[in-house]
Design a protein around this ligand. Structure first.
Ligand code: 5BU
Length: 250
């Protein structure tokens, strides 16, 4: 028998942050633990993608600075409308990694104005606990461990990173390839049903593997979905694989 894990309902009862509650409520309602990563180059592709994956995801993860034609009104406003229409969160995978003052500037300014639209942001914790104080009105997902080959996120690093994540009220969870304490939500990228690597250092596991071995809460899938010939079909495949993997453990 597998080790028992907390259900999304139990985690929701324990949740304190607006956005940890929100993402768990969406997971329960949609029977989904899937986050689609929209690593596409144009606003049109991003919006088309969001329209297709929207009904079946808990969050859309962006790298907003990849877009070649970003325009606040033409990119963010329709994206926000789709997030409302299909009830998913917007997670900007910015991986902040600087001192508090610089992160504060990066979070709210420049052309992206991340603080005005993102529900969740990723941040390194390399700058120390106080560097996370600037992330108000958003849920921070702390980078605890990375999926790439040769990452420097050793077990000592992860242990210290977890202390910061657990102590900071802005943090709702962590990204990791290892188990983390269950007062934090666990987000796991490096998930693919078809392949084990990408020849650029990425390392993949299956949804089943990451639920069983890491007791993850949310899987993050990029190329497995946005490169698929049939995006809607692939979304459903990952959604069902993720949900079944979770259900098998409760
Ligand atoms: P992929 O196409 O499924 O490999 O995309 C994975 C996404 O997750 C991509 O946007 C990465 O930037 C992101 N990611 C990751 O792959 N591994 C990590 O450890 C972290 C983020 Br942190």
């Amino acid at each position: 028998a597998e080790e028992k894990r907390l259900t999304y309902e139990q985690k929701l009862e324990n949740a304190n942050h607006h956005f940890s509650k929100k993402i768990l409520e969406i997971a329960i309602e949609k029977k989904s633990n899937l986050i689609a990563s929209a690593d596409v180059l144009t606003t049109k592709e991003l919006l088309d993608f969001a329209e297709k994956v929207g009904p079946n995801i808990v969050a859309l993860k962006t790298h907003i600075d990849i877009l070649t034609d970003f325009d606040f009104d033409e990119t963010v406003l329709p994206l926000k409308d789709l997030a409302t229409k299909y009830n998913f969160l917007l997670m900007e995978d910015r991986k902040f990694a600087d001192i508090g003052n610089t992160q504060e500037l990066q979070f709210s300014n420049g052309i992206y104005k991340i603080s005005s639209w993102a529900d969740l942001v990723t941040s390194q914790v390399i700058g120390g606990e106080t560097s996370l104080d600037c992330f108000l009105n958003v849920g921070v997902i702390a980078i605890i461990g990375m999926s790439s080959k040769g990452t420097l996120t050793s077990s000592d690093y992860r242990e210290e990173a977890l202390k910061i994540a657990q102590n900071h009220p802005n943090v709702i969870g962590g990204v990791s390839q290892n188990k983390i304490p269950d007062d934090l939500l666990l987000f796991t990228p490096g998930v693919n049903l078809e392949t084990k690597d990408d020849n650029k250092g990425q390392q993949y596991n299956t949804p089943e593997h990451v639920f069983k071995n890491l007791q993850t809460d949310f899987i993050i899938v990029g190329r497995g979905i946005y490169k698929a010939n049939d995006v809607e079909k692939a979304t459903l495949e990952y959604k069902i694989a993720g949900w079944n993997a979770y259900m098998n453990l409760i």
